[in-house]
Ligand binder design. Sequence first.
Ligand SMILES: NC(=O)c1ccc[n+]([C@@H]2O[C@H](COP(=O)([O-])OP(=O)(O)OC[C@H]3O[C@@H](n4cnc5c(N)ncnc54)[C@H](OP(=O)(O)O)[C@@H]3O)[C@@H](O)[C@H]2O)c1
Length: 263
Amino acid sequence: MEIKLRPKSILVIGGGSGIGLAIAKELLQSGAKDVILASRNLDKLKEASRCLKCGFGQRVFTLSVDITNVQGNMETIKKAQALLGDKSKLDGLVISSGVNFDASNWKGFNLSEADWDRVMDTNLKGVFFFMRDFANYLYENKIKGNICIISSISAHRDMLSPYQISKHCISRIVNAYGKHLCERGVVLNCVEPGPVYTEMMPHLKKYTDGVREGEPWPDASIKRLVRPEEIAKVTCFLMSQLGETMSGDCVVVAGGTKSIFPT
Ligand SMILES: NC(=O)c1ccc[n+]([C@@H]2O[C@H](COP(=O)([O-])OP(=O)(O)OC[C@H]3O[C@@H](n4cnc5c(N)ncnc54)[C@H](OP(=O)(O)O)[C@@H]3O)[C@@H](O)[C@H]2O)c1
């Protein structure tokens, strides 16, 4: 069976770097007609868009979006649709945006309110409301579409840090809403990556991902980090017509992380 993307014109929030950029590349390789890279830093997005290869008829756009600005969601969706023009309908969303925070502070009750708000507003509140507004937009416009959220394997860890709490909550929200949204033609799933070497995780540079040189990653059965491109392939699967066979699932892509799923 050939796996085909279901949506054709896809907004990728957090698409300017790391996992989000790898997803944008893979969406184009899998036949997306349009990909819109979105995040706060427009210069970074423009730079990222230059490394994406478009085939015949494919287009890449950039859009400035701060996912914490919940009041701006409908305006963002309108702007994304305006970029596409009349001949394409925005019908897919990937949310890969996210922030971590200084790990030295991660276990303490000395966590500041500002750190809590920054992480929760970006990874939980922002993601929830954008997902909600996008799902409503699809339903109101009678568009069948797919949404994929990039959560984290941290969703399964003890909820010691706001990052872990935010990822736990967003994964559970996907489980709950995904089951119901599919009745409205909206397919919602999420990916829970294990550690991946990106700008967010510079300390992982010394470990191999099976392609880059480096030390084995001791916590994964596969003894290496998972690569952004591999997360991207799983995301494209969830954005395909087979995504609806999951509807509300969270797929762990972590090479058999032992500290979470001990044998
Ligand atoms: N790397 C890992 O080990 C790992 C593991 C599990 C899960 N994840 C998750 O994977 C996702 C992607 O992370 P990554 O590793 O690829 O790191 P990354 O390269 O730092 O990507 C995060 C992206 O989020 C965007 N962003 C941050 N705040 C935003 C906001 N308020 N509004 C819109 N965009 C915002 C950033 O762009 P701007 O600065 O331009 O806004 C950036 O492009 C995150 O959700 C992360 O939690 C990562």
